[in-house]
Design a protein around this ligand. Sequence first.
Ligand code: ATP
Length: 330
Amino acid sequence: MRRITLINGDGIGPEISDAVVKIIEASGLKIDWDIQTAGADVIEKEGTPLPERVLNSIKENKIALKAPVTTPIGKGFRSVNVQLRKALDLYANLRPCKNLPNVKTKFDSVDIVVVRENTEDLYAGIERQVDNDTAESIKVITRKASERICKFAFDYAIKNSRKEVCVVTKANIMKLSDGLFLESYRKIAENYPEIKKREILVDNLCMQLVQNPSQFDVLVLPNLYGDIVSDLCAGLIGGLGVAQGANIGLDYAVFEPVHGSAPDIKGQNKANPTALLLSAIEMLKYIGEFSYADRIEKALFKTLANGIFTADLGGTASTKDFTDAIVQNL
Ligand code: ATP
């Protein structure tokens, strides 16, 4: 039986994790969940929101499904998410954004995959206070990280029968840093004659995304633009409750929704488990369980097509009602 780390998180994390585990179980797929707690709730006992045992579990199992984890603000702890990505070298952040059946949005044919570089750019956190009135942040772009994320995007495109990989930069202004990212894209692109190429500036991309998003296929971006654009794309398909994600490296992969722990609706049986469920479906595909992934996806789509929605999508179903409906459809 496949062993997978499950970080059930805090806030709405445990509720949506329970829902997803129940749905996968109902599909007939047997998974040996290695449940690991992390976040605000473990600090008192273990002195850190990300104990070593969590990292060891992922290193052992190679794959994790992760519900949102809160890092307490202002208590000196580094972000759990950033730490995980660093410690496991999860260099690619993958966010597929596709319209869901019956979920009303401005556009109906959005099917975009955002591939965001996850380790450098302004997120390297190199800042200094020059004087009282001046602060500097350093944007770090390396050839190695740029080439490997572009290669990841093209490989993803081939594996998932996508047609185009578009690189997003501001290389007309940041000629050296974004210029290096663009140069890396061009070099890697030469190895993929079957995939269409496109280059776009990030400001133009944002305008095009809110006017005609269906023209885009796979986007590859440096870290900061990737962060902003992937939230924009999540908005195009119905918001945080349905936005899935994954952080992938050479050795390990952690699948997680885009949203945070939503403390405002914690414990109220209101949270939408769709984003975590879609992340889990992507995880099942990643480990080769295509038929189970497909069955679960169909059951989710049927539930939505039947008009069963949680409150964030304008419905009246509780987390439990929604989960039970998916189980029923399985
Ligand atoms: P973080 O900083 O951890 O990302 P945040 O406060 O910026 O957290 P979220 O925790 O994602 O963002 O919540 C933003 C809003 O979206 C909240 O009002 C929350 O209730 C709502 N929300 C987020 N995820 C879900 C979900 N799965 N189902 C329903 N509502 C959600």
